[in-house]
Design a protein around this ligand. Structure first.
Ligand SMILES: Cc1ncc(COP(=O)(O)O)c(C=O)c1O
Length: 380
């Protein structure tokens, strides 16, 4: 039987997020309630009368039409609904990778592709975002090297998890140029699109820039509804057909309640209201986290451009999984180590939840950091 590596980050979070005093591992913002989404005058009866039958396999036409409006020149036929962005990623890679195909995979990243690439295909070649001149920029030479004759998919996450970096137009074009040269598909995980810190315009999408693109996304991050388990793929119709074939073997359809709520959320007016809420949360909270970061002169930090996560590098003689595990066991605070994103000495901090709660968690992190620093100094 083909081996599949554990998805370390997901397993680490699932084991502990509900047991700690402070969960700062979450990458989204405080979830919406259905009441907040629908407004005070909403007809709750509408939901109570919803028959819990199967929805259409690909999601209702209305929901797909509303999602399509968030992408340039996109038709409802280019959209299919699934259970979470994670299922969209899985079905995209399963559809595009054959046993001899290689996956070119961006690091740092949400490492689902790192595990699935060798499972569906022959293996993974990585390329990097690197901190340079105050931003995380794409290493073009590394990308060029990673995409060879057998590369059938280039997968990236934009806006990026864990850095919050967003590719420039020139970088997006460079990815497309390399994909064109290699004859490869691009799978762009854009689940953080819409949570921008500096602008009310959503980050650019890969959809519409190249023929062989599958965009994966969903309501879990920028739309603040992770528990709804709604994800989607936006793809050319032939790729949608391949995804559907595989979806028939996984979860068949989205959930009916998720389909209905996604239909409401993705109406352009509601969509902008929900994204406005997310943007105001991340804009209010990040300066507080940054105040804490600035109090640690040894941290290396590049401001995120979008999303509710910030990545901080540190200079201490301890690897990131060990440091984060110490913080969890000593302080009951959950964070995510850089190693779980393909980085080394660093930690990802979620800042999209109640900021007073977050700051209390960070104060506890300080206790362990102080101890690690003093041991390092005295040990040296
Ligand atoms: C980049 C990225 N893609 C997909 C997912 C999974 O999304 P979902 O919860 O919608 O399955 C995550 C979750 O952290 C993520 O960070």
């Amino acid at each position: 039987m083909a081996h599949v590596d554990a998805f370390e980050m997901e397993r680490y979070q699932s084991l502990y997020w509900h047991l700690v005093d402070y969960d700062l591992s979450e990458s989204g913002v405080t979830p919406l309630t259905i009441r907040e989404l629908l407004g005070p005058d909403a007809d709750a009866e509408f939901f109570l009368q919803q028959a819990l039958g199967y929805p259409l396999s690909e999601g209702s036409y209305e929901t797909r039409a509303n999602i399509a409006q968030w992408y340039p020149e996109c038709a409802p036929e280019n959209v299919t609904l699934m259970n979470g962005g994670s299922e969209a990623n899985l079905l995209a890679l399963w559809s595009l990778l054959g046993p001899r195909d290689r996956l070119a995979f961006m690091l740092p990243n949400y490492c689902q592709g790192l595990g699935l690439g060798p499972f569906f295909g022959d293996g993974v070649d990585t390329f990097k975002l690197k901190p340079r001149d105050g931003r995380w920029s794409l290493d073009l030479e590394g990308l060029d090297r990673a995409a060879g004759k057998r590369t059938s998919v280039i997968m990236l996450c934009n806006p990026n998890n864990p850095t919050g970096a967003v590719l420039t137009d020139a970088e997006m074009q460079a990815v497309i140029d390399v994909a064109t040269r290699a004859g490869a598909w691009i799978v762009a995980d854009e689940i953080y699109r819409g949570a921008e810190l500096e602008t009310d315009v959503a980050s650019p999408t890969f959809w519409g820039r190249y023929d062989k693109v599958i965009v994966t996304s969903g309501l879990s991050k920028a739309f603040a509804m992770p528990g709804l388990r709604v994800g989607w793929a936006v793809a050319p119709e032939d790729a949608i057909a391949k995804i559907w074939t595989r979806h028939d073997y996984t979860t068949l359809t989205p959930g009916i309640v998720g389909d209905r709520i996604a239909g409401i959320t993705m109406r352009p007016d509601v969509r902008e209201t929900v994204l406005g809420r997310t943007r105001s949360i991340v804009r209010a909270n990040l300066p507080r986290l940054e105040g804490w970061i600035e109090a640690h002169p040894s941290f290396r930090y590049v401001r995120p451009v979008a999303g509710a996560i910030a990545y901080v590098g540190y200079d201490l003689p301890v690897r990131s999984p060990a440091l984060v595990e110490r913080i969890r066991t000593e302080q009951s605070v959950l964070l995510v180590p850089g190693a779980m994103f393909g980085l080394k000495k660093g930690i990802r901090f979620g800042f999209g939840y109640d900021i007073e709660y977050t700051m209390k968690g960070l104060a506890r992190v300080d206790d362990t950091l102080a101890d690690v620093s003093s041991t390092a100094t005295h040990g040296a």
